[in-house]
Write a protein that binds this ligand. Structure first.
Ligand code: IVH
Length: 671
């Protein structure tokens, strides 16, 4: 071998160290200290030296993260220590039973646990020898997995060399996953290219890691959290120490891990994350509870399949498979026709689901959803369940295509779909479906807040011809109501009282309640603050509306056309006659906006507050002249931080935006 100048070897080594360090800053800490261009410069220099001196290339070199030829198939890996799975628990009762078993087995009165989020991805094992990454494998059946070393190298947050530990011989265990927004982006691209969609981020992560061509894996945004050591030449006393060690040598460890001093604290953690799972940008499907002491873990041991020292608390599934019995069309308050899948009832995220939205005609076409199809349905947060994917293998050939009707199923009027719009609409002026939906919206909590005015009652009022528009609500009499289904004298009186009460909601609520297209709560508030009375708004010209910063041509046009319509003006006149307040309600405004204590201040809220719901706090800030925004920017004046704040808190600290706790907030508003 030709003698190499010593400094080349040294420079190559130095570059690798630098690149690995900056990778770590960027991908693990999310806190880069050099620019992308500088980083590229280091990479280019290393590539050049390696191509001039190929004998210096090592498998753990950063240049080897992307590259390698596609494999013929995956080699099998026998795990040095098998990868067990966890026993599942579906109720808090089962967790208490787990705790009782652990304590009985150990003969102790109390056990400390570590609570971790159960990342919904795919389990991997990473082998390090002398602190260097040598092999990566999937879990497989737990005893043997697939060798995905080349693909693991493409995941930049996985270290190729451990920081400050050249001696470690380890198998590190963790989960590879894809963040939700990247998953959606990937699916959008695939849909554009006419490729099959992934049902969820987990499938997308698994499909990406199990690619024979590492270049494809490299193009997919994968990430990893590490949470255990399978095999090691080191000794630790607690699981927390293991996690701290993993973090110290450069692995990403989930930041939401927490000690529970007893099972009740662990249950509290499960409850909290069950409520908050949507605030994360990755999917979790439960919580893993582990005995902290490794001595205890050893004493407890394992059954053939599961360790006795850990349990997985599983959240209710959010996806389920079922069949579409029929596709119906629902007419909304703006006349929009929404195709709705009628499903064979299936249990999903805590309730039984028998219908799911198909959004619009294009959605049905692009996913090729047919009547009779077996499909995956999904529910996230409070949203209506949706059909995400067809299980094509289940097709029998009997499935039928859905056709959007050309007449409204409710009133028979023509259905029109304007060019460039995804939505088909019923143009019927007297469509009862639109009326029903409109009245439900008018009476809803954030609008006129008429208690007791639910869908069943609204249907009856419309079908019996008692209500033809919003103004009719204020002419209802006790005689009209008594005799409707489930309406006694007492409830009729209560209803009339809440109708009466609703007259005082004030201009911005009325504007929102009217259901003018593109006028949501925010725009309604802006209009009320600007015009102070409905008369002023009704006589506003297009230019007057456009002069308001928050209002663009689409909204201005919509408002103008609404008030130009004779029938709408008539309804408003009648509402006014009935005593519905449509002047400026907010006393604060008459004092002048700038004299209000929070005037001009921009707030962002994160975490749960003790004294208010999120909505109450937002309303209060606005009432006192402040503004509320959903995201932190350098223009934000204060971030109010409650219990378990989300990423907005970190963002505030990054940007140096002042953060205040609830107490300081209360002081600020003098409550
Ligand atoms: S511990 C022997 N911790 O859940 C215990 N597992 O059936 C090893 N998972 O296959 C697992 N997040 O894929 C553990 N924080 C976490 C986890 C986690 C997700 C997965 C893992 C495992 C399955 C349990």
């Amino acid at each position: 071998m030709a003698q190499l100048p010593l400094d080349v070897r040294e420079r190559v080594e130095k570059l690798r160290e630098l690149i690995e360090y900056h990778n770590y800053r960027y991908y693990v800490l999310d806190d880069p200290v050099i620019s992308d261009a500088e980083f590229d410069g280091l990479m280019r220099e290393l590539s050049r030296l390696e191509s001039e001196h190929p004998e210096l290339i090592t498998p753990d070199s950063p240049t080897q993260r992307v590259g390698g030829k596609p494999a013929e198939g995956f080699a099998t890996v026998i795990h040095r220590v098998p990868m067990l799975s966890l026993q599942n628990a579906y109720s808090f009762q089962e967790l208490r039973e787990f705790d009782a078993r652990v304590k009985r087995f150990l003969g102790v009165g109390q056990v400390e646990y570590v609570c971790e989020l159960k990342i919904d991805g795919l389990a991997i094992s990473l082998e390090y020898s002398n602190g260097r990454f040598v092999k990566g494998a999937t879990r497989g059946d737990g005893v043997t997995g697939e060798d995905v070393t080349h693909n693991i190298r493409t995941i930049k947050s996985i270290p190729m060399r451990l920081r400050g530990d050249d001696e470690a011989d380890l198998d590190v265990r963790g989960e590879v996953y894809m963040i939700k927004s990247e998953f959606e982006k990937l699916n959008e691209e695939r849909s554009r290219r006419g490729e099959a969609l992934f049902a969820n981020p987990r499938n997308a992560a698994a499909g990406s890691l199990r690619q024979l061509d590492p270049k494809i894996t490299a193009s997919r945004p994968l990430n990893a959290f590490l949470y255990a050591i399978g095999f090691s030449n080191k000794r630790f006393e607690t699981h927390m120490q293991v996690l701290a060690y993993l973090k110290s040598v450069g692995f990403r460890v989930n930041p939401n891990i927490q000690i529970a001093h007893d099972i009740e604290e662990a249950i509290e953690y499960c409850r909290r994350w069950g409520d908050q799972r949507d605030t994360l940008d990755y999917e979790i499907d439960g919580v893993v509870i582990k005995v902290n002491s490794l001595r205890y873990q050893e004493m407890l041991g394992a059954t053939a399949k599961n360790p006795r020292w850990a349990v997985a608390f599983k959240f209710e599934a959010r996806q389920a498979t079922t069949k579409i019995k029929d596709i119906k069309v629902q007419v909304g308050r703006t006349g929009a026709l929404t195709p709705l899948a009628i499903l064979e009832p299936v249990r999903l995220a805590g309730s039984v689901v028998s219908r799911a939205t198909l959004h619009n005609e294009d959605y049905v076409r692009s996913k090729d959803i047919r009547i009779g199809d077996t499909v995956i349905v999904q529910k996230a947060g409070d949203v209506i369940p949706e059909v995400v994917k067809v299980v094509e293998d289940e097709r029998t050939g009997q499935e039928r295509q859905f056709v959007m009707p050309d007449r409204c199923p409710e009133c028979g009027a023509e259905v029109v779909r304007l060019e460039g719009e995804a939505v088909a609409r019923c143009v019927g002026l007297r469509c009862p479906a639109q009326l029903r939906e409109g009245i439900e919206h008018f009476a809803s909590r954030d609008a006129m807040d008429i208690e007791g005015m639910g869908p069943a009652l609204v249907s009856q009022l419309v079908d019996k011809g008692l209500v033809h528009d919003f103004a009719d609500l204020y002419n209802l009499t006790i005689e009209d109501l008594v005799g409707l289904e489930r309406m006694g004298n007492k409830s009729a009186q209560n209803l009339l009282a809440s109708i009466e009460e609703s007259k005082k909601r004030g201009l911005s609520r009325v504007l929102y309640a009217l259901g003018i297209r593109h006028v949501g709560e925010n725009v309604a508030r802006v209009l009320a603050e600007h015009f102070h009375s409905i008369e002023a708004l009704m006589s506003a010209r297009y230019e007057d509306l456009m002069a308001i910063p928050e209002i663009g041509p689409k909204i201005a046009y919509s408002i103008k056309s609404f008030f130009d319509e004779e029938a709408n003006r008539d309804v408003i006149q009648r509402l006014m006659k009935s005593g519905v307040v449509m002047g400026e309600e907010e006393k604060a405004v008459s004092e002048g906006a700038s004299s209000r204590p929070l005037a001009g201040k921009k707030f962002v809220l994160t975490g749960a507050l003790e004294h208010f719901s999120r909505k109450e706090a937002e309303d209060l800030i606005r009432e006192l002249g402040g503004e509320v925004s959903g995201s932190v920017s350098s223009k934000t004046d204060y971030v109010v931080v409650g219990q378990d704040p989300g990423s907005k808190f970190d963002r505030a600290r990054q940007l140096g935006v002042p953060t205040i706790d609830e107490e300081e907030f209360l002081k600020m508003i003098k409550r």
